[in-house]
Write a protein that binds this ligand. Structure first.
Ligand code: F6R
Length: 606
């Protein structure tokens, strides 16, 4: 995880770096630091905590220069202290490095360097990098060779931004398995872990590939490989705008992003769905159209919230597409020996397009020659580039660490994909018509946010929560529980309601409430029986029910209504009150919901 930025150009580097780091804080916020070339010397400043602490600490310092790098940390090796904060330097102070990733063989490298007389000041894996470069420079190499020799020695994952006091016109960048983009400006160029840090600066980005080194000055970007050969690159035009990356009038990104739900669903199906013609057009899948006709089995792979979207995808593909579908955590699947057969397609789902485990299973599927499809939000990200074909979410940048609007867009893509892949389209017209009505239905739920806020106030004192759902709403129960855990630090478990009697019911008491997701559907009678059982054991019950459903309301301590919809669409509605619920419990407890403790949005290490 961690976020890294770099700048070279006509402006003062510091404000550009600080703003970039603020945009990347969702990747980690244990400490922050910058290194800037000031009057021929590299000046470094680091602070423990969020970027705003670093900004404050720099208020009375002169850090005026046009070349610099910055870092916001999610601690892996070494506690979140000032000495472990990046940037890290060599013994002489000539080289300064920021790093995202893990250098797996750092212990042996550190031992080797210490024996050679290098002095280390941190417990991090990163610090071996500047010392190794220094080591190779001392052997008489030029900087390019010293860097390449260093990269040949380190094992693991890295995105590195480097400045060298003796190369004052160059910002160096390189990567292996961790994301890094170069932003191309006019008279200035940028570097960042992902494009959200570049919004408002440039819309032109270059995604560096593994093993490439970018040598960036204010007018020019050159990319070479480890053999010093020139590596061609493509400049990608970003669609995101500045407004999307700002909070506007909202107190938190999370709330803004929940309220963007209706527009996100619209943006995801816009231009892709024509219900009057019973038509779904997914341009990104056209190139593999013929191969898709041969698909007999689908494996969906993802992590976290994207995995829960995948679980809903399983129900969708089975019901609508009639294809056997299975879903796995990418982190588990990467170490399984699952036998594949011809006709298996793998769908990877990832908001960031950079999650390490998801990327690893994608590579595994590619090695087996399976057809790989992506459902990715971040345009140009590694997963988007590595899949054979895919569908972008069009949700816009998601900044809040807890995923909300991306989940809605993932579900929307899965519904469209399920219809696109189905051979029998006799019943899909009614589904497409309903999809067009979903944004207005989400708006009706958002209009009740005050009621949900009141419920959250009542619930802030509970230490535990059980979330129950069934069929399409079983993954919603899992995702609702995850949101509450992440944002309010309340222990919450999601369960399929049918499993309740197989264990979880033992926990039920007056102090152990249940959030039951019971829209009127094919399993609501079964759900209501489970609720009776909880009530009989004095467990408080809060219910998400369909408008006008008196029966569920009569059993519940409190009820939140959602509009009626077709069963496959229920998650698009029932998750919204649960996202708001988690948000309001978290803010009521005074937590920083955009940056929950211990979390980082983009998990680029294993
Ligand atoms: C939860 C959350 C995470 C991500 C997971 C996968 O709110 O945001 O669980 O869903 O880390 O991330 P992506 O979708 O970027 O691969």
């Amino acid at each position: 995880m961690c976020g890294i930025v770099g700048y070279i150009g006509k402006e003062e580097a510091l404000p550009v770096l600080i703003n970039g780091l603020k945009a990347l804080e969702y990747r980690g916020y244990d400490s922050a630091g910058v290194a800037i070339l000031v009057d021929g010397e590299i000046k470094v400043k680091k602070s423990v905590g969020q970027v705003k602490v670093l900004e404050k600490d720099l208020e009375h310092e002169k850090f005026l220069g046009h070349l610099g790098i910055g870092h916001t940390r999610w601690a892996t090796h070494g506690a979140p202290t000032e000495s472990n904060a990046h940037p890290h330097t060599d013994c002489s102070g000539r080289i300064s490095v920021v790093h995202n990733g893990i250098i797996e063989n750092y212990k042996e490298l550190k031992k080797y360097l210490e024996t050679a007389g290098h002095k280390f000041t941190s417990e991090t894996d990163t610090e071996v990098v500047p010392h190794l470069i220094e080591n190779f420079l001392k052997q008489g190499n030029n900087f390019d060779t010293a860097l390449i020799d260093t990269l040949k020695m380190v094992k693991g994952a890295y995105a590195l931004a480097i400045i060298d006091r003796d190369n004052p016109e160059t910002l160096y960048a390189t990567k292996l398995s961790s994301p890094l983009v170069v932003g191309a400006g006019v008279g200035e160029n940028f570097l960042a872990s992902d494009p959200s840090a570049l919004i408002g600066k440039t819309k032109k980005v270059i995604y560096l590939k593994d093993g490439e080194i970018a040598k960036i000055n204010s007018r020019d970007i050159r990319v070479i490989n480890l053999e010093k050969e020139v590596s061609p690159f493509e400049i990608i035009q970003l669609e995101w705008n500045l407004e999307q990356a700002q909070k506007g009038d909202y107190p938190h990104f999370m709330l803004k992003e929940i309220f963007e739900g209706p527009e996100v669903v619209r943006a995801t199906f816009r231009g892709r769905v024509r219900s009057s013609k019973n038509l779904v057009k997914l341009g990104g899948l056209e190139q593999v159209r013929e191969r898709l006709k041969e698909v007999k089995r689908i494996i969906i792979l993802a992590c976290g919230t994207s995995y829960y979207a995948g679980l809903i995808g399983e129900y969708l593909f089975e019901e609508i597409t009639k294809l056997p579908t299975e879903v796995h955590f990418a982190s588990e699947f990467r170490y399984r020996d699952e036998p594949f057969d011809e006709g298996t397609a793998v769908i990877v789902i990832s908001q960031s397009g950079e999650t390490a485990d998801t990327l690893a299973v994608l590579e595994k599927a590619k090695k087996q020659d399976l057809l790989t499809l992506g459902i990715v939000n971040t345009v140009g990200s590694t997963i988007a580039r590595e899949t054979d074909a895919g569908v972008y979410n069009h949700a816009g940048p998601e900044i809040g660490v807890a995923s909300t609007k991306a989940f809605l867009s993932q579900l929307t893509v899965l519904i469209m994909m399920a219809i696109y892949l189905s051979k029998d389209k006799s019943s899909t017209k009614v589904i497409l018509k309903e999809l067009e009505d979903i944004p207005a239905k989400i708006e009706k739920i958002l209009a009740q946010s005050d009621n949900i806020k009141k419920l959250a106030e009542k619930c802030r004192g509970y230490d535990n929560f059980l979330f129950l759902g069934r069929r399409y709403n079983y993954p919603v129960a899992l995702e609702g529980a995850l949101k509450l855990k992440e944002i309010s630090y309340i222990h919450a478990e999601g369960y399929g309601a049918g499993e309740m009697k197989h264990g979880p019911i033992a926990m039920i008491s007056e102090d152990f409430p249940t959030m039951a997701i019971i829209p009127q559907n094919s399993v609501s009678d079964k759900m209501l029986s489970n609720i009776e059982e909880i009530k009989a054991r004095k467990g408080p019950v809060f219910v998400i029910a369909t408008e006008g459903d008196e029966r569920s309301a009569s059993l519940a301590n409190e009820v939140i209504y959602v509009p009626k919809t077709l069963e496959p669409f229920e998650p698009l509605l029932t998750i919204v009150p649960l996202q708001l619920f988690a948000y309001y419990v978290g803010t009521n407890k005074g937590f920083d919901v955009d940056k929950p403790r211990n979390l980082a949005k983009s998990v680029t290490v294993e």
